[in-house]
Design a protein around this ligand. Structure first.
Ligand code: NAD
Length: 288
């Protein structure tokens, strides 16, 4: 398969990442089928794409006509079987190992033999995911950043079994979507970005947990002191605290070093359902 032959994209999960991935694919004339187990998530996903496109219209990046045609290319379903004709599938469901293994096993049995199965996982082993399929050479890590329409990076992760052809095709597709593809040549927990970013966020939560400074002070200090566009706790709220915790657990278990242990306060917030922006409350309150 070459990149021109990739016409039908399947997206699994309509959450923050899934709907962004659907949007950028539809924006380059690809047909997108977005699948989620939750009809509400699909509807919410479409609304988010609409609002994101409205912002691009306001900035004169696209026209009303473009918005209509992009939206017309995104279809939704709650049936995984509908993905059977997809050429390239990008999985962006919740960051849980067992869930991803189950999805890939089922997906593998449904889609055509030549289809590529990519995962947007932030930290889970591509090698482990590939191993539950009968097409391990066609499984690859394709890690988009949040928010997908704005962030330039796609981190490409080659599982142990991923073929060079699959990896090259994933790079070409990423570039077609207007992204820069950076290769993580070893499939190790957290890859590049989250191996470095998550321990920093976790340390910011420890700084709060130990009463060293307030949420606002931690963010302001890091923003002004290290020239980051937003502080680590604001960023954690954007990412989702459940996702941050899941990634820390993967780093902790996968690398076996206590320096990656998740901060107990992060665990508590997730237990409380304070997941960040997506749930209306995290380190900040978004109820308004
Ligand atoms: P999210 O919570 O916003 O969305 C997850 C979606 O998956 C939900 O809509 C949920 O209904 C759906 N889902 C759950 N089980 C499913 C199943 N069995 N089949 C289909 N859909 C299912 O999460 P998110 O932030 O979009 O993260 C999704 C993935 O992207 C995770 O692997 C995460 O690690 C990764 N990721 C997240 C970020 C980020 O900043 N949030 C960045 C890069 C990668």
């Amino acid at each position: 398969m070459n990149v021109q032959q990739i016409q039908k994209i399947g997206v699994i999960g309509a959450g923050q990442m899934g709907n962004g991935i659907a949007q950028v694919c539809a924006a380059v004339q690809l047909d997108v089928l977005m699948y989620d187990i939750s009809q509400t998530a699909l509807e919410k996903g479409l609304v988010t794409i609409g609002s994101s496109l409205d912002r691009l219209i306001k900035k004169s990046v696209i026209t009303e006509e473009d918005k209509k045609s992009i939206l017309s290319r995104v279809k939704t379903t709650t049936q995984m079987g509908d993905l059977k004709n997809s050429d390239f599938i990008i999985e962006a469901a919740t960051e849980k190992v067992d869930l991803k293994l189950k999805i890939f096993k089922e997906l593998d049995a449904i889609v055509k033999p030549e289809a590529i199965l990519a995962t947007n996982t932030s930290s889970i082993s591509i090698t482990q995911i590939a191993a539950v399929t009968i097409r391990p050479t066609q499984v690859v890590g394709m890690h988009f950043m949040n928010p997908v329409p704005l962030m330039k990076l796609v981190e490409g992760i080659k599982g142990l079994q991923t073929s060079s052809e699959t990896f090259a095709l994933t790079k070409q597709l990423s570039e077609k979507l207007g992204k820069v593809f950076v290769e993580s040549v070893k499939d190790m927990p957290g890859f590049i970005v989250n191996r470095i970013l998550m321990p920093m966020i976790n340390e910011a939560v420890y700084t709060l947990h130990e009463g060293i400074a307030s949420v606002e002070s931690i963010d302001q200090a890091m923003q002004l002191g290290t020239n980051q566009p937003m502080g680590p706790l604001t960023l954690a709220d954007f990412i989702g605290l459940d996702t941050c915790l899941a990634i820390m657990n993967v780093l902790h278990e996968g690398l076996g070093d206590s320096k990656y242990r998740p901060c107990p306060l992060l665990v508590k917030y997730v237990e409380a359902g304070w997941l960040g922006r997506k749930s209306g409350r995290g380190f900040y309150n978004y109820a308004k």
